[in-house]
Ligand binder design. Structure first.
Ligand code: DP6
Length: 352
């Protein structure tokens, strides 16, 4: 079993001024991570699709031998709060990158999706930063193999934001010890492509922006509330158990089973929020209207349009690329767009 020992940094390094750039996509979970232990250890395994267009592009300028400090810019605007978060993060990972506190950082970052969209920018954001750090590490401490470097980037991204560790890989990605070969609580692994039916490899994710702006409860606070949620243990067990049917569904292309499981996971996530103390609800009226419309549409047409949710009000509409796709797209444009705040929709596809 891989332990944190594997990721300890090399003590002999030589630093110099460097500028590196990286890009990292966001991801959307199908079996959700909700609840964690110390050091970002997930309470249950999760699996996600990596997106294609929703990305963060990041440039890190490292000025060697200047006192440690971090300055961050999001789309050209200085972000003090984000810099404080990154400073804390860098302090946290020094044992894995022993040079990290020995310079000044100017970090410029931009998302290809609207900032206020509620699409998880922490996943793509920490993914991109972790990749930049691994590039710097290669300059300062020498090269590891591509595979080792990616795995360490996933390990480091997790310490920034749990779901970020899944963004380092394409396709379907698993984080957390589970029946999936090689899976770990410390980093994510790619779900084996040859165990995924073709129907799940060509998928759309259209994100309806039901509510743009700050969420009332952050994911971090939400995870924390699982510590006192009386249903938490059952939920952790269920997520783990859900890997069994998920593996089978992915192998045999059972679209009906996939839809049922993915929607169940999304609703369970929000049910957990409602059963927290204090309770909170991140769905809005529009979220529920869209869910009901999707169910009606499916009942009437039998077409495979379904949804998942992350920790917010926006609805991720999932549907395969196939002959009937136009009918689904027309329905979304005509019937579902009116429930968004400003006709906001981000059209993405899964990245395989
Ligand atoms: C609902 O990864 O954002 O999107 O580890 O505290 O940064 P932190 O939380 P985060 O939580 C994501 C929760 C989720 C489900 C998921 O992506 O699996």
């Amino acid at each position: 079993m891989v332990t944190t020992q594997e990721f300890l940094g090399k003590k002999d390094f030589i630093i110099n001024n460097q500028t590196v750039s990286e890009s990292c996509p966001s991801n959307i979970a199908l079996i959700k991570y909700w609840g964690k232990y110390d050091n970002q250890i997930p309470a249950n395994p999760s699996i996600s699709y990596t997106l294609n267009h929703c990305k963060t592009n990041t440039t890190v300028e490292f000025l060697a031998d200047e006192p440690f400090s971090v300055q961050t810019f999001l789309s050209g605007n200085e972000e003090i709060k984000f810099a404080e978060k990154i400073e804390k993060y860098f302090n946290n990972i020094e044992q894995y990158l022993p040079w990290i506190l020995q310079g000044k950082y100017i970090i410029r970052t931009e998302n290809t999706f609207p900032h206020s969209s509620g699409i998880a920018s922490s996943a793509s954001g920490f993914g991109a930063i972790a990749k930049c750090l691994m590039q710097l590490d290669e300059f300062f401490s020498g090269k590891d193999s591509e595979e080792e470097s990616l795995r360490k980037a996933s390990f480091l991204a997790r310490l920034g934001s749990g779901s970020a560790c899944r963004s380092l890989y394409n396709g379907l990605v698993v984080w957390g010890e589970s029946q999936v070969k090689g899976s770990s609580d410390l980093f994510a692994v790619q779900y084996p492509n040859d165990e995924i039916h073709d129907v799940f490899k060509n998928f759309n994710d259209w994100v309806l922006l039901i509510h743009e702006g700050q969420k009332s409860v952050s994911s971090t606070v939400g995870h924390g509330l699982m510590n006192t949620n009386p249903y938490a243990e059952r939920r952790f067990l269920e997520a783990r158990e859900n890997f069994e049917p998920m593996k089978e569904i992915l192998r045999n292309g059972d679209m009906h089973g996939f839809i049922k499981l993915v929607e169940h996971e999304a609703l369970t996530l929000h049910a957990m929020m409602m059963m927290s103390d204090p309770a909170f609800i991140l769905m809005k009226t529009g979220t529920l209207e869209v869910i009901n419309k999707v169910w009606d549409f499916r009942r009437i047409t039998g077409l495979p349009l379904f949804f998942t949710l992350d920790a917010g009000a926006n609805v991720h509409l999932l549907f395969p690329n196939d002959l009937e796709q136009n009918k689904i797209e027309d329905f979304i444009n005509q019937e579902l767009l009116p429930f968004t705040q400003k006709n906001g929709v981000v059209k993405d596809v899964m990245r395989f």
